[in-house]
Ligand binder design. Sequence first.
Ligand code: PFF
Length: 514
Amino acid sequence: MSTAAPTAKRRTRDTWTSQTGFLLAAIGSAIGLGNIWRFPGVAYTNGGGAFLVPYLVALLFAGIPILWLEYAVGHKFRGTPPWAFRRMSVKGEFLGWFCVFICFVIITYYAAVVAWSSSYVVYSINEAWGNDSKTFFLSSFLGTVGSDEFSWTPVLAVSVPLLLVWVCTLLIVSFGVSKGVEKANKVFLPLLVVLFLALVVRALFLPGALEGLNAFFTPNWSALTDSKVWIEAFAQIFFSLSVGFGIMLTYASYLKKNSNVTGTALVAGFANSSFEILAGIGVFSALGFMAHTQGVAVSDLQGLRGPILSFVTFPKIISMMPGGPLFGVLFFSSLVLAGITSLLSLLQVVSGALQDKFAMQPIKASLVMGIPATVISLALFGTRSGLNTLDIVDNFINNVGVVGCAVAMTLFTALVRPRLAGLRKHLNSVSAPAIPPVWDFLVGIVIPAVLAFMLISSLITSLREGYDEYATYLVTIFGWGSVAFALIASAILTLVPWSHPQRTSTTPTDQEMA
Ligand code: PFF
């Protein structure tokens, strides 16, 4: 079968203009809200300083190996997940779309958190939360309803900035990889590092900072015998590095043919973890200050993780410190920047997949993905039950969707030609350091086994206990529903015929590999 109509204009695939551009984008994707609001609390409650042991093991033996796997598939098969996996085997396309729809679901709520953060940049200026940051966040700002209710009532303070986040990020993605995503990361990531460093230095000089750091780093070695701690470490690495559901695969597909892929992955992996530890230092210095001011121990503090850490505990700290408004602006601007660079990577997966399958231009792909995504995002997360829905969707899409996708991806690449040995050969032929053969064993057997264990245990807990105190119908609709949505949408998109003039045959042509 001919793969290109003679009259069809042959469009070359967009590429990063430089290796540094790619590296910045990859780091920008990895450093996200998870680094700032998830890592410090997870590390603290899972052994403190001792958590670094399972964390580093997870980074070296799972995070970096999967990063290499995604880079290998993306770079060798030059496509977003549906096209790259389809080129390995026609049956792989479904898995590719599953990656895409997981990204789609995550985008719809991740954008909402970026929107909250941008509102809080403004609220910081006059400490709008007054002396009750919890009531302000839950009632005055979000108007949150009970955990057994759903509401369509929009919250203007959320939907307006949310719309703005959508317009900005879609605009960036519509410029394509080199002119949009790469340029934005070149500005946003260095800016984030500078702002965040300023914030950490300020936090370190607060009275009580040392007590916070002591609480954070003091190792509780007995935690190492607890399997839950090890699972938390693996989950943190997966979430934080953005691996296992095709983001890094997509970014690597825009690399030039001769690129040092393995070395770049190492730099990206370590840069992400360094930022995470820096965030732990900043957050716990600030928490130490809060405990010191209130005359309590750090171990007595509550709300050390997730939205509550950022939007309830931090505002409280900001109100207590001299120069609080500036600190607040720095903190929430960091969340906005970290969030946007991650959001761009998630959007690029969806946009790129539409471009691959339907030969759309980036502008059209942005609209086709952006309109439904914006509507869903506003309807589910810009309303009074937004916080609850977000919590449920986030839990299920990560613990079931992302982990399930990662298991499928490792098994698929281990079983389908060119198999892991072939992918490793590909990476070693273009980059240094060379990957040792033990990688095949890690990615093909150890990692899927660990991940399958994680998946099964979270499935059992969710089936038995539901999730948190939320009503069963909400958990069913939004939790299981979001995973079901991703599966059904993937099946539909797999069945739709390809309409890209150069992508109708799955046999790689020399031109495509060039
Ligand atoms: N790695 C990013 C973060 O830590 O926030 C991006 C990300 C990963 C966002 C996974 C959402 C997600 F579910």
